[in-house]
Design a binder for this molecule. Sequence first.
Ligand SMILES: Cc1cc2nc3c(=O)[nH]c(=O)nc-3n(C[C@H](O)[C@H](O)[C@H](O)COP(=O)(O)O)c2cc1C
Length: 431
Amino acid sequence: MSARLSKPLVLPNGASLKNRIAKAAMTEGLADAANCATDRLATLYRRWSAGGAGLLITGNVMIDRRYLERPGNVAIDGPQTDQQLDALKRWTAAAREHGADIWAQLSHPGRQTPKMIAAEPVAPSAIGLDLPGGQFGEPRALLNEEIGDVIERFAHAAAIAKQTGFTGVQIHAAHGYLISEFLSPRANVRDDEWGGSLENRARLLMRIVDAVRAQVGSGFSVSVKLNSSDFQKGGFGPDDSAAVARWLEARGVDLIEISGGSYEQPTMMDMDGLEARYEEEKRESTRQREAYFLTYAEEMRAAIKTPLMVTGGFRTRAGMEEALASGACDVIGVARPLCVHPALPAQLISGGVDAMPAFEKTLRVGPGVFGPGSSVDLIRALNGFAAMAFFYQNIFRLADGRDGKDRMALLWAFIRHQRHEAKAAASLEPA
Ligand SMILES: Cc1cc2nc3c(=O)[nH]c(=O)nc-3n(C[C@H](O)[C@H](O)[C@H](O)COP(=O)(O)O)c2cc1C
């Protein structure tokens, strides 16, 4: 039994998480054509709850049906029908069956809205993504009054989350989605109160946190997922992130989850070298650790007392215990391994398992030029997409009551996933 992993955590609002392992957010793609929760989501979360993590953070729950990250996202947009409320309640009841907390990750994808959802996404400024493949349309800048609407939508979704049995919310301010775009001086070149200085760029996040708190009250958990850095020249960097974290602490946020990167620079999924890159950025000595953002977490810990969750790369009990013992973080976020083996948290806590499979290190479409470390950009991108398809397909398997699969024909998983998403997008009811 791991005393460190099994120790409950009391949050600033007085709520208590039953242990230190959290299932980090993973978009499920399991909503129906009206972006309503389904019983497959309930099945999935019942299994993750039985799997022992103290906290289950949902995948992106969108606050505006016009701008989804994926066609199968759950959305809480506008007044909810009894049927929608009941579906959300069934989802949270299943997730809480084994004593886990469930927090809804509230999100707006900004310019990372796929073209199949919106030809013209919205963003702080009309600056498109620097990505090949034409999957994303050129965004337009949000009007001032539309920014007010975004804030209200986050607050409304949080109120519905509370009403339907979620025990907290997480505001997604990382990974290049809308709030993260506002924080970034590369994506946000506005010259009004929402752009320019860091204080202005962080205004959207702060207003959302305040509006959400005003809706849910002091006993409900409010968390933020924040980038340590965008890992892009001239982007949102570690010092900016520490300043934003201090402002969040002053606002009484209950937990900050540290991640990093965006679609342009997907460091949150990185397999190697990230910690080294971060160290390089900070001009410090290079230390190799399994978790990607621990060095940064240590610095943030020195700046604030708010509980910290670090996600990305944790694969061994020893690595997790060390991170907790050092005080760098309070909660260990785990994502990919739980798509295949939902019971790993309980096994790590009991001591039955020492390490989780690091699927990301081996998932490649093939050997030779298609193998690990290919220097061909296109093949590296294909490897990345195929690896994601592997996790998506496994999430579907768990939601259908089947076991996860350690191996899969990756090219086939990729094609199946692409087909599925196109079909789901085509059958979406109008927003
Ligand atoms: C299939 C999949 C879906 C994901 N969806 C989300 C999401 O909806 N929101 C989010 O903040 N992060 C998302 N992530 C990122 C994870 O939360 C996490 O930051 C990342 O996988 C690194 O953690 P890991 O090394 O434990 O997998 C997703 C990751 C995967 C693999």
